[in-house]
Design a protein around this ligand. Structure first.
Ligand code: SAM
Ligand code: DTB
Ligand code: SF4
Length: 330
C-alpha cells in the first residue's frame, strides 16, 4: 500500500494513499481508548469537523420485518428461540405493511429505512419478498438497508440488483471475545458475509455492541477489526447492550457511560469519514450523554420509538434534544 502523508490524529503513523490507516495494533487502540478524556474527544471532534458538518445527524428508522424464533444463540438477543424472553415470534411481514411503515418513517424525517429479520440466513423464497420490499422502499425515495443474517455471494448480488443501498452485518465484538457471546457461528463467518456484501457493490453497515462484560482490550479489538478492513464500513453502529430479561446477558454489570463515549470517539478517529451511529441503548441514556457522543463524533441515530423489538426514544424527545443542541437532520 502506498504511503502518502502523516496521520491527522496524534499517532506518528503514515497513511495509505486513500488517506486512512488500516494498520492499527491492539496496543495502539487500547492506548487511544485510555487517553485522558478531554484529549480523546477533542481529537475526535477535530477529525469529525474535517469530514462532516458537526451540527447534522443522520436519521435511520428500523423495522423488524421478521421477529423472533431465531435459531442462533447470541447471548444479547431477545429474538433467539433459545431464551425465554416473552417475545412472540412472528412470520415475515407483508410488503404493504412494510411500505406503510416506510412512508411514515419518511414523513417523520428519516432518510434511511433499515429492515431486520431474525434469521441465521435468508431462504430463497424469503429473499424474493425482501427484494420486493427493497424495491418498494427505494421507490419512496428512502435509502434502503437490510440485515438478514449470513448471505452467500449470489444472495448479496440479488439484493444489490433489487436496489439495496446498505447491508447491516455487525461483527458485534472482538474476534477474541466472540466465542463468549455466540457459539452457533464464528467471527470468520461474519467476515465471509461482509466480503460477499462488498463484492456485490453494496455499502457496508457494520459495528458492534459494548457493555457485554468485555474488557477495554476487546472494545479495542472490535474497533481494530472494523478499521483495518480493506475498506472502512460506510456506517458504523455502536450499540450499548439493551439488557432484556431472559437473555444470558441480562444482569451484566453496566458499562461506565464514559467508556461508551470513548468507544465512539475512537471509532471517529479510526474511521474518519464513516457515519458513526449512536445505536441501541439511547433509551437509557441521558440527553447529556447523547450530546457528548455527538461531540465525540457520532453523527447518526436510530430514529422512531422502537428499535427492532425494544424501545427507543420517542420522536418528540429526539426533536427536543436536537432543538436544544442546534442539531439538524442530515
Ligand atoms: N439476525 C441478523 C444478524 O444477527 O445478523 C440480523 C438482525 S440482528 C437483531 C442485528 C444486530 O442487532 C445484531 O448484530 C446486534 O449487533 C444487534 N442487537 C441485537 N440485540 C441487541 C441488544 N439486546 N442490544 C444491542 N444490540 C443488539
Ligand atoms: C444495529 O447495529 N443495531 C440495530 C440494527 N443494527 C439492526 C438493532 C438493535 C437491536 C436492539 C435490540 C432489539 O430492539 O431487539
Ligand atoms: Fe438471531 Fe440476529 Fe438475534 Fe443473533 S442477533 S439471535 S442471529 S436475530
Amino acid at each position: 500500500m502506498a504511503v502518502a502523508e502523516a496521520c491527522s490524529c496524534s499517532c506518528s503513523a503514515k497513511l495509505p494513499a486513500d488517506g486512512f490507516r488500516r494498520d492499527w495494533t491492539v496496543s495502539e487502540v487500547v492506548a487511544l481508548l485510555g487517553r485522558p478524556m478531554n484529549d480523546l474527544i477533542f481529537e475526535a471532534h477535530a477529525i469529525h469537523r474535517q469530514h462532516f458538518d458537526p451540527n447534522r445527524v443522520q436519521l435511520s428508522q428500523l423495522l423488524s420485518i421478521k421477529t423472533g424464533g431465531c435459531p442462533e444463540d447470541c447471548k444479547y438477543c431477545p429474538q433467539s428461540a433459545r431464551y425465554d424472553t416473552e417475545l412472540k415470534a412472528e412470520k415475515l411481514l407483508e410488503i404493504e405493511a412494510v411500505l406503510a411503515e416506510a412512508r411514515a418513517a419518511k414523513a417523520n424525517g428519516a432518510t434511511r429505512f433499515c429492515m431486520g429479520a431474525a434469521w441465521r440466513s435468508p431462504k430463497e423464497r424469503d429473499l424474493d419478498k425482501v427484494c420486493a420490499m427493497v424495491e418498494g422502499v427505494k421507490g419512496l425515495g428512502l435509502e434502503t438497508c437490510v440485515t438478514l443474517g449470513m448471505l452467500d455471494a449470489a444472495q448479496a448480488r440479488r439484493l444489490k440488483d433489487a436496489g439495496l443501498d446498505y447491508y447491516n452485518h455487525n461483527i458485534d465484538t472482538s474476534p477474541e471475545f466472540y466465542g463468549e457471546i455466540i457459539s452457533t457461528r464464528t467471527f470468520a463467518d461474519r467476515l465471509d458475509t461482509l466480503g460477499h456484501v462488498r463484492a456485490a457493490g453494496l455499502n457496508v453497515c457494520c459495528g458492534g455492541i459494548v457493555g457485554m462484560g468485555e474488557g477495554r482490550e476487546h472494545r479495542a479489538g472490535m474497533l481494530l477489526a472494523l478499521a483495518n478492513m480493506p475498506q472502512h464500513p460506510e456506517s458504523v453502529p455502536i450499540n450499548m447492550l439493551v439488557q432484556v430479561e431472559g437473555t444470558p446477558l441480562f444482569g451484566e454489570g453496566a458499562l461506565d457511560p464514559f467508556e461508551f463515549v470513548r468507544t465512539v470517539a475512537a471509532a471517529r478517529i479510526m474511521m474518519p469519514a464513516s457515519l458513526v451511529r449512536l445505536s441501541a441503548g439511547r433509551e437509557a441514556m441521558s440527553d447529556e450523554l447523547q450530546a457528548l457522543c455527538f461531540f465525540a463524533g457520532a453523527n447518526s441515530i436510530f430514529y422512531g420509538e422502537k428499535l427492532l423489538t425494544t424501545p427507543n426514544p420517542a420522536e418528540g424527545r429526539d426533536a427536543k434534544l436536537f432543538a436544544r443542541l442546534g442539531v439538524e437532520p442530515l
